[in-house]
Design a protein around this ligand. Structure first.
Ligand SMILES: Nc1ncnc2c1ncn2[C@@H]1O[C@H](COP(=O)(O)OP(=O)(O)OP(=O)(O)O)[C@@H](O)[C@H]1O
Ligand SMILES: [Mg+2]
Length: 362
């Protein structure tokens, strides 16, 4: 478990009203892959580097397991090399003048308490095997692809068998396809070892795909913390709803009748929203994901929204449509559709009241 309490960081010379990290507290449970997600400059790297001991906080506490590694009040600041962590950076930072084996074994060969040669060999071989690089051991580290170099970096971070693995945008130098494969590999290794990992990314798809828990940050603060499904399906703030995944953001008014709660929008209503706390007449924000609509080509005998297709994107496993409706553009995703629609086609949309996220208007 990593426990962070009241952590602050302001870089020297920066505006005193703008802390890079502004009083955050959270816990990372053992064995989890915990992701720090958020837009550029929100404080992800700073937070990670403070956990690593590479950046000194201005205030707060950091505990790894039962060990205080930083405590401003008690003047405790354990240096980075004494913390039980391994770290992978965005740039692979493999050493070009060394072989793959030498790169991975390096952390075992520095500092005090160096293990015996055969132990170094054994641990290095185990780390190489873990990332699937056994057969590359004697290659110069530069004679590898980007993905392989990142695996060297991962093996090197794991070779000392740390309690905590920290990764800062480890995949951002790789092309899209490789990124997807590598994120699965990282997740697999993390689960195989059962190691606690803190993973920094600004890529929401990556965060959704591999995390046990996502902590969304903005301006040095925590916006929301939860499991990927909760962050995606039940966001608690407009920032979360729009930053993670695509959301149609609408405004509406609550209409309560005897049996049902409906939200009236300029497109039509969302009928049967299950929310007891809404009051008749309240102004609300409404978020609907592209997949939260049933799309009809013929007008069904129920209350639907009418729109015109303005743009079609074929994704292989689905179609994405832009639909003009009541003067705004809605994004609609349809799976398993036999014949694609065309620009100009009139369609009828049925929003799913169970999927709609409703928030009181600010
Ligand atoms: N060494 C530094 N000196 C001064 N300001 C810094 C320094 N490092 C970061 N900052 C500032 O602190 C804030 C947080 O930076 P940080 O690198 O933690 O963001 P990030 O979330 O990792 O962003 P990105 O996604 O772009 O990597 C930013 O406003 C940044 O400009
Ligand atoms: Mg960063």
């Amino acid at each position: 478990m990593i426990t962070i309490r009241g952590l602050f960081k302001r870089y020297p010379g920066r505006d005193i009203t703008r802390n890079a990290v502004n009083g955050i507290s959270f816990k990372v449970p053992d064995g989890q892959l915990f992701t720090l997600l958020g837009p550029s400059g929100c404080g992800k790297t700073t937070t990670l580097r403070m956990i690593a001991g590479l950046e000194r906080p201005d205030a707060g506490e950091i505990t790894i397991g039962d060990k205080h590694v930083y405590d401003a009040k008690q003047h405790i600041a354990v240096p980075a090399n004494k913390r039980p962590i391994g770290m992978v950076f965005q740039s692979y930072a493999v050493w070009p003048h060394m072989t793959v084996f030498e790169n991975v074994s390096f952390p075992l060969t520095v500092g005090k308490n160096k293990p015996a040669k055969d132990v170094v060999r054994e641990k290095t071989e185990r780390a190489l095997e873990l990332v699937g690089l056994t057969e590359y051991a004697s290659r110069p580290a530069t004679a590898l692809s980007g993905g392989q170099q990142q695996r060297v970096a991962l093996a090197r971070a794991l070779v000392r068998e740390p309690e905590i693995l920290l990764l800062d945008e480890p995949l951002s130098n790789l092309d899209a396809q490789l990124r997807e494969r590598m994120r699965e590999e990282i997740r697999e290794v993390q689960q195989k070892l059962g190691i606690t990992a803190v993973y920094v990314t600004h890529d929401q798809n990556e965060a959704l795909a591999i995390s046990d828990c996502i902590m969304l940050m903005e301006h040095g603060q925590i916006v929301e913390l939860g499991e990927p499904q909760q962050i995606y399906r039940s966001p608690r703030s407009a920032f979360t709803a729009t930053f993670v995944g695509v959301a149609n953001e609408l405004t509406g008014t609550v209409e309560r009748t005897a049996g049902a709660t409906n939200i009236m929008t300029s497109h039509g209503s969302v009928s049967g929203v299950v929310r007891d706390d809404l009051i008749h007449g309240q102004s609300v924000q409404l978020f609907l994901r592209p997949e939260d609509f049933v799309l009809h080509r013929d007008r069904p005998a129920k209350d639907v929204w009418t729109g015109t297709v303005s743009f079609c994107i074929y994704q292989g496993d689905c179609w994405d449509y832009h639909v003009e409706s009541a003067g705004t553009l809605l994004r609609v995703r349809v799976h398993k559709e036999k014949a694609g629609l065309k620009r100009g086609d009139v369609v009828f949309l049925e929003p799913d009241p169970n999927a709609a996220v409703v928030m009181l208007a600010p």
